[in-house]
Design a protein around this ligand. Structure first.
Ligand code: SF4
Ligand code: SF4
Length: 216
């Protein structure tokens, strides 16, 4: 999601790469689940998250959205495009995946945004860097950890290449949308995009990046 903020106000002003050490370690959160309670509609999912969910939850995209069971994701407009995000369990007032013990029930395949927090990504000069969101996570006494370890993602180079590609695709699609004035054509454009990258089922047995590139 685009954020129209001054990077110097929300960060320490530094850019980091995945091999850098950053002070974000929070001792396994120690019973704190604050950031899982304030997710609202902000944890937007990308196709890699959906592929992971398919493997971990054995649910298709439509099943995750299903109204007749307990939906775990929902759709929302994000900078003009219709994208899925984690759904709040309104009774618990927290992410649907937060367990009663205050722990994430899908830790092994949690979304990319959850892995990143409280880091952020800034895209510039055809690439991206990580930065520390200094106003997030109130835990005191943070320890240093390597970003690569913090993210805990297999084959990080491929994942980072995907993240950059996905960012570019979103930009391209958003720019394309601004040129379309006919309402029904805009709706078709948005729905086609959702279908291609999210709704058409991923095969959890096949490598993700291969399937993503086919869709690109
Ligand atoms: S706010 Fe910080 S300490 Fe609390 S759950 Fe989130 S990352 Fe962990
Ligand atoms: S998926 Fe897990 S880590 Fe992410 S907001 Fe939900 S409970 Fe928290």
């Amino acid at each position: 999601m685009r954020r129209d903020v001054d990077i110097n106000e929300i960060s320490d002003g530094r850019r980091y790469k995945s091999s850098d050490m950053v002070k974000v370690g929070c001792s396994d959160c120690r019973g704190c689940s604050e950031c899982c309670r304030q997710v609202d509609d902000t944890i937007i999912l990308d196709p890699y998250d959906i592929w992971q969910f398919k493997k971990g939850l054995n649910l298709t995209f439509d099943e995750m959205l299903a109204e007749n069971t307990e939906p775990v994701i929902e759709l929302g407009l994000a900078d003009g495009l219709l994208l899925p995000h984690l759904k709040i369990n309104t009774t618990a007032g927290a992410c649907s995946f937060l367990g009663s013990d205050g722990r994430c029930t899908i830790h092994a395949f949690r979304p990319g945004f959850c892995r990143l927090y409280p880091l952020g990504r800034i895209y510039e000069n055809g690439g991206f860097s990580y930065f520390i969101q200094i106003n997030e996570c109130p835990y005191q006494g943070k320890t240093k950890v390597k970003i690569k370890k913090w993210l805990g993602i297999n084959d990080l180079p491929s994942y980072e290449a995907f993240v950059l590609k996905w960012h570019d695709i979103l930009e391209e699609k958003r720019n394309g949308l601004t040129a379309i004035t006919d309402q029904s054509e805009r709706s078709r454009y948005i729905v086609d995009f959702l279908k291609r990258f999210y709704q058409d089922p991923y095969d959890e047995a096949r490598p993700f990046y291969e399937q993503f590139n086919e869709r690109v």
